[in-house]
Design a binder for this molecule. Structure first.
Ligand code: PFF
Length: 452
């Protein structure tokens, strides 16, 4: 272990491939398969997708490199990393990240629990022929049952805790290396199947033909915000994963590979889902219910629907699990590194507390349906709004400012070039992280809080 870095008790990735798979696992999640298709559908496709790709290239990749650089340079959790590099108020950025991990995981497990429930329904054959009448009601009856939501949430959280208990290489890395290839395989099967279905060509033109009239300010902000969420940026997850990398790892190479993998999964999910939607003449703008309401109806109409449904929900559960473990890891790393807790204690205690915070989210559609928070939203939607619209962009803004303006070129360039000898794109990266990312993220944040 000491061969990799100075703190012998910390975990580390056993290989570069393991680091890539774990980071791609963190990035690829509900955001790609559940959220990206439905927000793309709501914002009219093509132009939104193009702007999203621009955000990934101009802000996402530079920020991922920045987070990994800070993590690998310090080999610490987010709070420890900022304290080591700058101290003072900068430690707050780490704190923001740990809090975001705690909060996001609480409701992420609830939505992932829905996916596990649907996987179970698919295995039972609920989406096979003959049950079409019941399918549209499945989602509302799940949301109306507090107990079953709590059950599936607890099951998913239990799986997350179990993997994180295994440690960095034997838990996070091994789980990601097992699940990610299966995920890619399932996705390819579903995409090819979609492309050859009658709705395939329409799905392609919907996703890739820009309709500029649909690209208003709200769509642009949504695309930018989603770029952070989908790449797990702004809260120290990539920083924490970077802290387990060894000195020989080529960070820009890993960050670019992970971003490309994440983007491909989002686009392929879009193709797979919209092909089915268009084949059956449904509207693409179904909103958050696209995956849980629209698709199951279509599964129940197609030949071999049970099999396709099992594949699809397995894909969703695997994607969610490789992301949830990274959210818990950020919190656990803080308690292990800073508070010197045992990994086992930190994982069990924090996992349980996060589960408790998730309870009101699980109950927010039924028992607590009349309790409203921000703008009349229920608990789950409000907490999601705060985390993804405010905390992540704010975290990303500080990380960009820190890397571009506070970290010295000597440290940043030295760290980036450890695994590459000469990173020709360094001036471009530095320009993007110093000017472009902070300005774009600041615009996003100020508009979210209603100042512009
Ligand atoms: N990137 C994940 C997704 O797309 O579902 C969500 C996520 C995971 C966000 C980890 C932030 C994070 F730290």
């Amino acid at each position: 272990m000491a061969r990799y870095h100075g703190t012998p008790k910390r975990g580390h990735w056993s290989s570069r491939l393991g680091f890539i798979m774990a980071s791609a696992g963190s990035a690829v999640g509900l955001g790609n398969i559940w959220k990206f298709p439905y927000i793309t559908g709501m914002h009219g496709g093509g132009a939104f997708v193009l702007f999203f790709l621009i955000c990934i290239a101009l802000i996402g990749i530079p920020l991922m490199i920045a987070e990994m650089v800070i993590g690998r340079h310090t080999h610490k959790d987010p709070v420890g990393a900022f304290r080591t590099l700058a101290g003072g108020p900068w430690s707050m950025v780490g704190w923001l990240g740990v809090t975001a991990g705690f909060v996001i995981l609480s409701y992420y497990c609830v939505v992932a629990g829905w996916a596990v429930n649907y996987l179970w329904l698919a295995i039972k054959g609920t989406f096979g022929g003959g049950h079409i009448q019941q399918v549209p009601e499945l989602f509302s009856s799940l949301l109306a049952s507090d107990l079953s939501q709590l059950f599936w949430q607890a099951l998913f959280m239990g799986a997350t805790i179990w993997i994180v208990l295994g440690g960095v290489s034997d838990g996070l890395e091994r789980a990601s290396k097992l699940m990610m290839p299966v995920l890619f395989l399932i996705l390819i099967v579903l995409t090819v199947r979609g492309l050859f279905s009658p709705g395939g060509p329409r799905a392609l033109s919907f996703l890739f033909t820009p309709n500029w009239r649909m690209l208003d300010a709200a769509a642009m902000l949504e695309a930018m915000g989603h770029a952070f969420f989908t790449l797990s940026l702004g809260m120290g997850a990539m920083l924490t994963y970077g802290s387990y990398a060894n000195e020989r790892t080529n960070i820009p190479n890993v960050a670019i590979t992970v971003s490309i993998m994440d983007t491909c999964v989002a686009l392929l999910s879009g193709i797979a889902i919209f092909s089915i939607v268009f084949t059956y003449g449904m509207a693409p703008a179904a909103g958050p219910g696209l995956v849980f309401k629209t698709l199951p109806i279509l599964f129940s109409q197609m030949q071999g629907g049970t099999f396709v449904a099992i594949l699809f929900f397995l894909l969703l559960v695997f994607a969610a699990l490789t992301s949830s473990i990274s959210l818990l890891e950020v919190v656990v790393a803080y308690y292990c590194d800073e508070k010197k807790w045992q990994r086992r204690t930190a994982t069990l205690v924090m996992g349980f507390l996060i589960f408790l915070l998730g309870v009101p989210s699980a109950l927010s559609n039924h028992l607590l349906a009349d309790v409203h928070f921000i703008g009349g939203r229920n608990f789950l939607d409000s907490i999601d709004l705060v985390a993804t619209n405010y905390i992540l962009p704010l975290g990303a803004l500080f990380i960009a400012i820190f890397t571009g303006w506070v970290m010295t070129t000597r440290v940043a360039r030295g760290e980036i070039e450890k695994g590459t000898v000469n990173f020709h794109f360094y001036p471009l990266w530095h320009f993007l992280i110093k000017y472009v990312s902070p300005i774009m993220v600041a615009i996003l944040f100020l508009s979210k809080i209603g100042l512009i």
